[in-house]
Write a protein that binds this ligand. Sequence first.
Ligand SMILES: Nc1ncnc2c1ncn2[C@@H]1O[C@H](COP(=O)(O)OP(=O)(O)OP(=O)(O)O)[C@@H](O)[C@H]1O
Ligand SMILES: [Mg+2]
Length: 246
Amino acid sequence: MIQIKDLKVWVADKEILKWVSIDFEIWKNYCLLWKNWSGKSTLSAFLMWHPKYEYISWEIQIDWNNLLELSPEDRSKAWLFLSFQNVPEIKGIRLSEYLRTIYNIHLKNTSTEVKELSPFIFKRFIKKYLEELHIDDRFLDRELNVWFSGWEKRKIEILQMKLIWPKYIILDEIDSWLDLDAFRTIAEMLKQLSSENNTLIIITHYFKILDYIDVDKVYVMKDWNIIREWWNELVEEIKDKWFKDL
Ligand SMILES: Nc1ncnc2c1ncn2[C@@H]1O[C@H](COP(=O)(O)OP(=O)(O)OP(=O)(O)O)[C@@H](O)[C@H]1O
Ligand SMILES: [Mg+2]
């Protein structure tokens, strides 16, 4: 479970999150329906770690560990995964090496006895994932996300999730920049990924994705704080009227 109590975050004297309290339980899916610039990406980046953010917080726990004491690597090893709203392009890092590295790190995290996959074995191992996602294997030799289309970047994010099976997955507007077909495909892939062993935290401005993935709870944020929470039975109701009500 991720538990956030009274979190205040600011950057360069600008207050972004004001005393936010929010919990994410394992095995449940959540939707953050927050307005533009309400602090969604800030919260996501903060949870993953951001060098520029200053904060005050009463408590942030992830599975009974103090998240704030964990390095970004340890947060990832604690199975927290962020799919960025703006997926970064990283020059000089080959996609295959990046994927092999994260895979091996997470593999060793599950057991110290397992052996790392060599580049040769990894290329064979990853083949089925590439086929599933319709990713050409020539992509493996390209630099990480550099000049990838929005759709291709999203598929690489899904590929990472399939490789390392994170427990808490934050999807920061994964449904943006996609045409209808691509959107449907991504939504279906996420539905398949959703299981009893993970928690999806879906950040979105649209309700369409809720047609594909069941969420247990919806949080609405306005003016940098959470103003409403609904359980899933009320999702239909919000779909119709939340814009008018807020
Ligand atoms: N590093 C930073 N430096 C300065 N301002 C920042 C920084 N990070 C976030 N902000 C500001 O904080 C506010 C909230 O930004 P954030 O990206 O978290 O919003 P958001 O809810 O994700 O918006 P959107 O729906 O448009 O993606 C914005 O006004 C943004 O400019
Ligand atoms: Mg954002």
